[in-house]
Write a protein that binds this ligand. Structure first.
Ligand code: ADP
Ligand code: MG
Length: 367
């Protein structure tokens, strides 16, 4: 099911007596979610991810704008008639019911022509349980399950009616690190098996990058950039997006462009043909550094971290926004640890420049 969000704005009335202005949680948000895709809404806390999800689900009504499922305008369709499955961070299972009864619950509430026989319900519950691999836990109560298992039950419950759209709001946040990794792979697998259009909300860029077909980067209620994970990583449209994606994070320097040449401090970095004179922010991905005796960028050497195949050189530079600059290079490189200065050349495809004021990307052609 294709989902289209058209110019959605959501305002909440102010909560405090002093501040009379309403809160704009989402502003003029337009997005097309392709049928059968797994889309990640990514952004820092408070940027409007849950609001967007709740608008899709129908739990919230937009202040203005429209929502379509396929060609059907569902803006005024109540949540229970939209055919959605919802999973939240806190599993929200019924504690007094067994796993089986929890999964059956949405089916038992079906009325009229949708009503199922007991046998049909049990079959559907068993299919959903199989999909998330909890068939052996059907008789347990939620408090007899691990967090990961509880979340699987919640996913099974959301899937049992085979929703048109599956909505997951930070479903992995309550799990420990190892389970988080395993469960995110599970979500990917389940999505691929069912091909249900799925919207996955997270503030964790790693999570979004690893499983989503498309990522929607959000900031303060607005859409910053949409694309495939690798595309956004390789081609961020502004400094915010560049900083939000990637671990270790991108290194950001203050720089200037003068006479089509890029400088960080007094270090000439490389030619940037076609770029007019301006102050810039220079973003350099950790893998964009090349250790080089006569390298153009000079930094103060702090130390080396070994990461197996690669090593990470830690350094500082007075023009760097980051306290520590992290550059990842192959462990075959020899680092002169006795020197106080380390020099780098830079891979132009891993260097982004952004306008000093607007922080919008400035494209340059690589010679
Ligand atoms: P996220 O899920 O990205 O952390 P939310 O969508 O929950 O963000 O919230 C976006 C903004 O809207 C925040 O500033 C939040 O405080 C505000 N907000 C969310 N729900 C309400 C509400 N019911 N009443 C007032 N403000 C709200
Ligand atoms: Mg949220």
């Amino acid at each position: 099911m294709k989902v289209t969000l058209q110019n959605l704005t959501k305002q909440f009335p102010s909560r405090s007596k002093k501040e009379k202005q309403p809160v704009t949680a989402l502003y003029d948000f337009t997005l097309e979610i392709p049928d059968g895709s797994l889309v990640g809404l990514l952004g820092p806390s408070g940027c409007g991810k849950s609001t967007t999800l709740n608008l899709i689900s129908g739990l919230l009504k937009p202040t203005s704008g429209n929502i379509f499922f396929g060609n059907e305008d569902v803006t005024n369709v109540p949540a229970e008639n939209r055919g959605i499955g919802l999973v939240f961070q806190n599993y929200a299972l019924y504690p007094h019911l067994t796993v089986l009864k929890n999964i059956l619950f949405p089916l038992e509430n079906l009325k009229g022509k949708d009503k199922l026989s007991k046998q049909e319900m049990l079959e559907k519950a068993s299919q959903a349980a199989k999909l998330v691999q909890i068939e052996s836990l059907m008789d347990r109560k939620p408090n007899e399950l691990s967090g990961g298992q509880q979340q699987r039950v919640a996913i099974a419950r959301a899937l049992v009616k085979m929703p048109r759209v599956l909505l997951l709001d930070e479903p992995l946040s309550n799990l420990d690190a190892r389970l988080r990794l395993a469960t995110r792979e599970e979500i990917k697998r389940i999505q691929q098996e069912t091909k249900i259009t799925t919207v996955f909300v997270t503030h964790d860029q790693d999570e979004a990058m690893s499983i989503c077909d498309f990522i929607v980067v959000m900031r303060e209620g607005k859409l910053e950039q949409v694309g495939k994970p690798q595309e956004i990583y390789d081609n961020p449209e502004n400094l915010f997006v560049a900083k939000f994606l990637g671990t270790p994070a991108i290194n950001v320097f203050d720089g200037i462009v003068k006479d089509e040449k890029l400088y960080i401090g007094s270090d000439f970095i490389f030619d940037v043909p076609g770029v007019v004179d301006t102050t810039v922010k220079v973003g350099i991905r950790p893998e964009g550094f090349i250790l080089s005796e006569n390298g153009h960028l000079s930094c103060n050497f702090c130390g080396v971290e070994v990461m197996g195949r690669d090593i990470s050189i830690i350094s500082t530079n007075e023009n760097s926004e980051n306290k520590k600059i992290r550059s990842i290079i192959s462990s075959e490189n020899k680092v002169d640890t006795s020197s106080s200065i380390v020099r780098f050349d830079l891979k132009p495809s891993k260097v982004f420049i952004f306008h000093g004021d607007t922080h919008k990307r400035i494209h340059f052609s690589v010679n």
